[in-house]
Design a protein around this ligand. Sequence first.
Ligand code: TLP
Length: 341
Amino acid sequence: MIDLRSDTVTKPTPGMLAAMLAAPVGDDVYGEDPTINELEAKVATYLGTEAALFVPSGTMANQIAVRLHCRPGDELLCEATSHVVLWEGGGPAALSGVSVHTVDGKNGLLDLSAVQRGIRPNDIHSPHTRLIWLENTHNRGGGTVQSLESVAEISAWARSQNLALHLDGARLWNAVVASGTAAKSWASHFDTISVCFSKGLGAPVGSALAGSADIIQRARRYRKLFGGAMRQAGILAAACVYAMDHHLDRLKLDHVNAAVLADAVRTVPGLKLVPDGVETNLVWFEVDGVRFKTPQDVTAKLKEQGILMSALGETTVRACTHYGVTRDDCERAAAAIGALK
Ligand code: TLP
């Protein structure tokens, strides 16, 4: 099977497994796991923050951020198709008593005027908008990269209004590789940043939340509260250290492979790439409801050819490239897409 459902489906490589086996470990609740400490320092250096915290998942990193920045009754503002609103189980309301106000963006991206429109008035009837939430690359937006200029503009204004900013950077690595902009440049515009090792970098488990030393010290409490404080989890952190050392640069191959799939989709009447340009490793496309009635029609036909993609929502399919699929695999998948005609 050529599995293009997500970049989360990768299995650890022999090199990664060897690094996991060799990892020195200790009890991380006592702060004594040397490999977790190494990973946290490495992430903080990469992002240019004072500190970082290892957590089990991207969802937990994001939900700790909500809890850090908001109080019950507050509101966070994000683009309408952000992961935090579509795919985190209503976490802000369930875990932090926070409501989510969504505004429409283009390919998942918000500009400053959209953000300004979404801020609640200072009125006793309204919730307080406390937190502005960006996602880069934007998953549902098609793996789109938000430009540094636009992030800087939103951030400067948000800071002038005393609003907090969080970046869901589950795939920030892809934005860095696609744009050539250093991770630190993006990160400097946010109070907290989450990154995931379990997406394109290919670690089996793990994410991190980064920010100032003070914020991350508070985040440790919430990680414990949310049940995410682990013990000898250095064996997991070792996979993440290995992934940062060995799997970052190769993300550009995933982007080229995604373009191969996108070119094939463009040739099939009844399928439409949305957005039309593919910038990173995610390829989203829509069925027209006529030649292809549902996204499941497409994924079922491809499955017969040994290719897995995700049918998500009523009209959309997602294909996602990663190190578990080669250029040859993607050319085979492209041929199968082309044969749907
Ligand atoms: N995304 C998964 C699914 O949940 C949709 C995927 O297959 O793409 N932020 C972003 C932008 C994400 O795409 C994801 C995972 C997360 C956060 C959550 O990470 P995990 O799965 O580690 O909780």
